[in-house]
Design a protein around this ligand. Structure first.
Ligand SMILES: [Zn+2]
Ligand SMILES: [Zn+2]
Ligand SMILES: [Zn+2]
Length: 115
């Protein structure tokens, strides 16, 4: 029986032939690129998969930016900040979290010199 004709790998510029969509070298790369559009790999990598759920819950319990609220402004929170960064041993525990609007969050990270 003749085998199915192979076709070139769909990865741009790759000369390898394959009977799937991508050659063996590119299957994993193509899948990783696809995932980039599905979810945010940075956040998953940094905080783990449970983080999005914890963050959504924190925002629903603390829907206003805590910094703006202290200054008398009611601004909806868009992001959740770790008071003690995960990289320094912080946790997702509620007392380590802070609801912030995007601009306060950016400012805090500028102040602590990390982004
Ligand atoms: Zn390839
Ligand atoms: Zn704010
Ligand atoms: Zn933060």
């Amino acid at each position: 029986m003749p085998t199915k004709p192979k076709r070139p790998c769909s990865y741009p510029g790759c000369p390898n032939l394959t009977d799937g969509q991508y050659c063996a070298d590119h299957v994993a790369i193509a899948r990783r690129q696809y995932n980039k559009y599905e979810r945010s790999p940075d956040i998953n990598k940094k905080y783990g998969r449970a983080w999005k759920r914890i963050r959504d819950r924190h925002i629903s319990q603390h829907p206003l930016c805590e910094v703006c609220e202290k200054n008398g402004r009611l601004v909806p929170a868009e992001e959740v900040h770790h008071k003690k960064p995960i990289s320094q041993g912080g946790t997702h525990a509620r007392e380590n979290l802070m609801s912030l609007c995007r601009s306060c969050h950016t400012k805090i990270h500028h102040e602590i010199g990390d982004r």
